[in-house]
Design a binder for this molecule. Structure first.
Ligand code: CA
Length: 518
């Protein structure tokens, strides 16, 4: 006899997240991951997939942040999966971006704010974290060409941290913005060399510049290696400078007057309680204007996405390319009488858009699964075939969720966490499983008579046996070390003795039950 707890996606780190169990990939992945398999020895035409990560700055999900991006929704969301519960562990630029790059929670990457002293692009960050970011692994271990364009970390380029000459480990092509988001009059580090831009729309508008250098990369990169692109736009971050052709749009759009708009936050932290309620008319006018301009700047992002997808298609790369679209944090405009900003613990600040398309992802899917930006790195490494066990990342791969096919029915991921006990003897091969959901659904199979697991015998099996298996499952779920090796799940003559939990009963197990693990 052997007890085998099966819990493919139990709660993690106090979070209610669960992995669905519907994909065969979930079980196969540990066998496939042993490094970047298939890269060095891949035959022509069987190259690892390419990956594009589009990252916006301060784009909310809750207050309609995706509304202006009609082309992006059509080209990415409707062609793949939209995550409706995607969060960031820190609703602030630098800690959030550090989480994306490292796959770690802030308490593990130690970037606590947007300053050098807070570890944002500091020497310590460069030494300890940058060599272990997922792009660095893609480059050094998986043979990917890696391309970065746009805002990196808020203190990037600071003289005290190597200036613009510093190019983080792992990037083959580096087009990074000095410091924080701007639309005009900024400096880029182009592979370590500074280039200043002015305020001529046709050559300087940053979102368009990022689009152009991205298209150039797609046209001139090597075709013998897979590629990873990270395109990090200034939009819709302040100062919300829209392209000239979009500065008259959304004139009738105002910040949403939702239930927490312009109300006083009671029983909340003092930072929230200090807000003046009601807000002044000038504050409301200001935040409405900010809301409108934010949407205007996103129209250029929508154009960027369209150009990128069309170029991938034209170059014959689209079918072998994953495209992720997300933001580093949300935003608020008037909620709890806070005029504009992010960094609070409320949904409007911590929830972000997350859209993904790519090989094996069916179109028009929505997942309610609770995911976080620390999962992006692990997912992309998984795509590249790199074993997550070799990293120190906190996140998990979403690839099994994304590729739940041929007929994915696991949108409600909360319904897919279960625990089982298994009994095998000469006469019995029983599997007993309970789902950790509102139904507390039970499935029992007699695999001796029904190896294909067609008939659930939970309602027909002897209630005494059912009770024993239920009890053993409970004991198993709280076991540790030796107590996990206690004999006996089902035996007609077996009576559970708690003392068995604390003594060595190996001889009993050897005599009465098979030791063969399942
Ligand atoms: Ca941000």
């Amino acid at each position: 006899m052997r007890l085998l707890p099966l819990a493919p996606g139990g709660p993690r780190r106090g979070s209610p997240r669960h992995l669905p169990s519907c994909s065969p990939l979930l079980l196969l992945l540990p066998l496939l991951l042993g490094g970047c398999l298939g890269v060095s020895g891949a035959a022509a035409g069987s190259r690892r997939p390419n990956v594009v990560l589009l990252l916006t700055d301060d784009q909310d999900e809750v207050l309609g942040g995706m509304t202006p991006l009609k082309k992006t929704k059509a080209l990415i969301g409707e062609m793949g999966m939209t995550f409706s519960s995607a969060y960031v562990p820190s609703a602030l630029c630098c800690p959030s971006r550090a989480s994306i790059l490292t796959g770690k929670y802030p308490h593990n990457h130690h970037v606590v704010n947007n300053t050098l002293e807070g570890n944002c692009s500091s020497k310590s960050w460069q030494k300890i974290q940058e060599p272990n970011t997922f792009p660095a692994i893609l480059r050094s271990m998986c043979g990917y060409q890696t391309f970065f364009a746009g805002k990196y970390l808020n203190e990037y380029g600071a003289p005290d941290a190597g200036g613009l000459e510093h190019v983080p480990l792992g990037w083959s092509y580096w087009y990074a913005l000095e410091k924080n988001s701007k639309y005009y009059n900024y400096t880029l580090s182009i592979n370590g060399k500074a280039r200043k831009h002015g305020e001529n729309y046709s050559v300087d508008y940053l979102t368009d510049v990022l689009a152009n250098v991205s298209l150039d990369f797609l046209d001139y990169k090597s075709n013998s290696e897979p590629f990873f692109m990270m395109i990090s736009t200034p939009a819709p971050h302040s100062p919300w400078t829209a392209a000239p052709q979009y500065q008259k749009t959304f004139q009738n759009v105002f910040a949403p007057r939702n239930k927490n708009f312009n109300i006083h936050g009671t029983n909340k932290h003092w930072l929230i309680r200090q807000a003046k309620t009601p807000m002044t008319n000038s504050s409301i006018q200001f935040l409405d204007n900010a809301f409108r301009k934010r949407w205007q700047t996103l129209l250029s992002v929508d154009d960027l996405v369209e150009k990128l997808v069309k170029r991938l298609e034209f170059n014959g790369e689209l079918n072998n390319t994953y495209i992720f679209y997300t933001s580093d944090n949300g935003y608020h405009t008037g909620q709890f009488s806070l005029p504009i900003d992010k960094r609070q613990l409320y949904e409007f600040d911590i929830k972000v858009p997350l859209l993904v398309r790519g090989p094996g992802i069916k179109p028009n899917q929505t997942s309610k699964m609770l995911v976080a930006n620390i999962d992006l790195g692990p997912t992309i490494l998984d795509i590249a075939g790199y074993s997550l066990n070799k990293t120190q990342m906190d996140g998990m791969s979403l690839l099994p969720i994304l590729q739940c096919f041929p007929d994915c029915v696991c949108e409600d991921a909360y319904n897919n966490t279960y625990a089982c006990v298994r009994t095998t003897t000469a006469l019995w091969n029983l599997q007993y499983c309970e789902f950790d959901d509102q139904e507390v659904f039970v499935e029992v199979y007699n695999l001796t008579a029904d190896p294909e697991q067609i008939t659930n015998i939970a309602k027909s099996i002897d209630p005494e046996i059912l009770g024993k298996m239920n009890y053993r499952l409970m004991m198993l779920q709280s076991c540790s070390g030796p107590t996990c090796r206690t004999p006996g799940v089902f035996d007609p003559g077996y009576r559970f003795d708690p003392r068995l939990m604390f003594n060595n009963h190996g001889s009993v197990r050897t005599r009465r039950f098979s030791k063969h693990p399942l």
